[in-house]
Design a protein around this ligand. Structure first.
Ligand code: ZN
Length: 303
């Protein structure tokens, strides 16, 4: 039996070396971002980071479908003010406490000094993928100066999980960096790429073209039952020719909102409390094939 892996849940940390700027804390108050809206975060209370992990762990453990989730660190911009940073070793330590259900998702920006060495270190420490959020890390991933970085990722067998589309939760420097076509270089280099959020809201068509053109490019479904993305999830459900390139990710603590997906989905999920299960049932009901739930394990070579 294959493992059902959720490739995308977010870690957070207040204390150094992690960082959340005052502006970012204010920004969280304006977003509807699940657990992060708990009052501890706006008070910058260190206990909030543990409460956040407890809630994630409880959700994954309580899921009827998901076996394991990848907990993601978050690298920072290296040429701009840092608003949000989650250190790799910090996230790794938290993953190690719950090894039966969490996997380590490292975040190494190619703009980081000694980035290639950091990729090797992350791999040695058990990272199953590398996550980037170029809009907020202020990196143009099409820059040829990153070619050797992509070569290293391919050689290490580290897939790239990359946020695509505009970014609404972490302060962004340039939302144009969420354009999936900027990943052509990395795709040509043979890196396995998961385009998180399928480029929505702006770049769904580009994502579909990339998935069709490159055998090593996939579409990740994180946080797509949300107000800015739900209409694109519905059109993706109709677009069956790319279903064999989609892979499940939840994007927790971004919570699914089943009412956005129609009366049938609302009815089918109304008694389900676990947000992972709500999202899984919604996707099944929308007609996405079961394969999307097991593709993550394949891409991470864990099946
Ligand atoms: Zn994310």
């Amino acid at each position: 039996m294959s493992l059902f892996i959720d490739l995308h849940i977010h870690d957070i940390g207040h204390e150094a070396p992690n960082h959340i700027s005052a502006e970012q804390l204010d920004y969280f108050k304006t977003t509807d971002f699940g657990y992060l809206c708990n009052p501890c975060f706006s008070r910058n209370d260190l206990g909030a980071q543990d409460k956040h992990l407890d809630e994630l762990v409880e959700t994954v453990k309580g899921s009827e479908f998901v076996d394991k989730s990848v907990l993601l660190a978050m690298d920072k911009p290296y040429d701009k003010k840092v608003h949000f940073y989650v250190d790799n070793d910090y996230t790794l330590e938290r993953v190690e406490k719950f090894q039966d259900i969490l996997l380590f998702g490292a975040s190494v920006s190619p703009a980081r000094p000694n980035a290639i060495k950091a990729l090797h270190v992350a791999k040695e420490k058990g990272a199953v993928l590398n996550k980037l959020l170029p809009n907020s890390q202020n990196i143009n991933l099409s820059d040829p100066k990153y070619d050797s970085f992509w070569d290293t990722m391919r050689e290490l067998g580290l897939p790239l999980l990359v946020h695509t589309g505009s970014q609404h939760t972490i302060i962004a420097y340039d939302n144009k960096y969420g354009d999936p076509s900027l990943l052509k270089n990395a795709a040509d280099k043979g890196v396995t790429i998961i385009l998180s959020h399928c480029g929505t809201p702006e770049y769904l068509n580009t994502t579909i073209e990339m998935m069709k053109h490159y055998s090593n490019v996939y579409g990740g479904m994180a946080a797509m039952a949300r107000p800015s993305r739900s209409e694109f999830l519905l059109s993706l459900a109709e677009n069956t020719e790319v279903h064999n390139k989609l892979v499940f990710e939840s994007g927790l603590p971004a919570m699914p909102v089943p009412s956005l997906l129609g009366q049938d989905i609302l009815e089918a999920t109304k008694d389900i409390k676990n947000p992972l299960d709500v999202y899984c049932i919604a996707l099944k009901k929308l007609g996405f094939p079961e394969d999307i739930f097991y593709r993550g394990a394949e891409l991470l070579n864990l099946s």
